[in-house]
Design a protein around this ligand. Sequence first.
Ligand code: UZR
Ligand code: MG
Length: 242
Amino acid sequence: AKSNHMAASAEEEQQQHGQPFVIGVAGGAASGKTTVCDMIMQQLHDQRAVVVNQDSFYHNVNEKELARVHDYNFDHPDAFDTEQLLCSMEKLRKGQAVDIPNYDFKSYKNNVFPPRRVNPSDVIILEGILIFHDPRVRDLMNMKIFVDADADVRLARRIKRDTVEKGRDIATVLDQYSKFVKPAFEDFILPTKKYADIIIPRGGDNHVAIDLIVQHIRTKLGQHDLCKIYPNLYVIQSTFQV
Ligand code: UZR
Ligand code: MG
């Protein structure tokens, strides 16, 4: 009940103070989150919109862990610096620019220079496997999307992606999948699906779902733009709504 109350207040704040509209896009690794975000961004080309990736907030892997990096669980909630993610998101919500760490998947370090400068925007899309895990992060969101894809589809995509983009061999990818990726999906990612407002089947292939989501975002943005131009309109609206 508490998180419901917080979600409602995020919504109210967004409408009253013209705060950015924050969208969370979660889902298993290689489920199509990035594609969904790209499609939303394409359709919102006339708006100030930005994507923030949870990947950017991976902890540095230290020397001791690096020696046994195949035993390091990148799919666990503790692999991320959630405090820093929260801090960056809070600033963006207040309309401040932030520098977001630049994480390198090859060196496993988050201090690649330069950091990424993210400017204040009207729509902020936060994307990542575990962004629904921490209630404080969830409470920042005005809309929560879970991208659904069957496990075999995710595994097939992941093999392609990790061999082509990350130069890994298939044996390593499969090993990591059964050791970390699959258990973490079942233990930490799938249980957060219940927090979603919208579940998109077939990820980035689902054009109807993307169209509906973009329509909703435009409606919400229209509301807060009107409030900016006619500050009294909010009072009239709320009188009728109560
Ligand atoms: P998406 N990951 C890496 O492969 N290397 C890293 O240094 C950090 C993360 C993987 C991570 C997770 N797990 O499954 C995936 N592993 O990136 C999430 N192992 O990526 O959300 O884009 O699908
Ligand atoms: Mg991705």
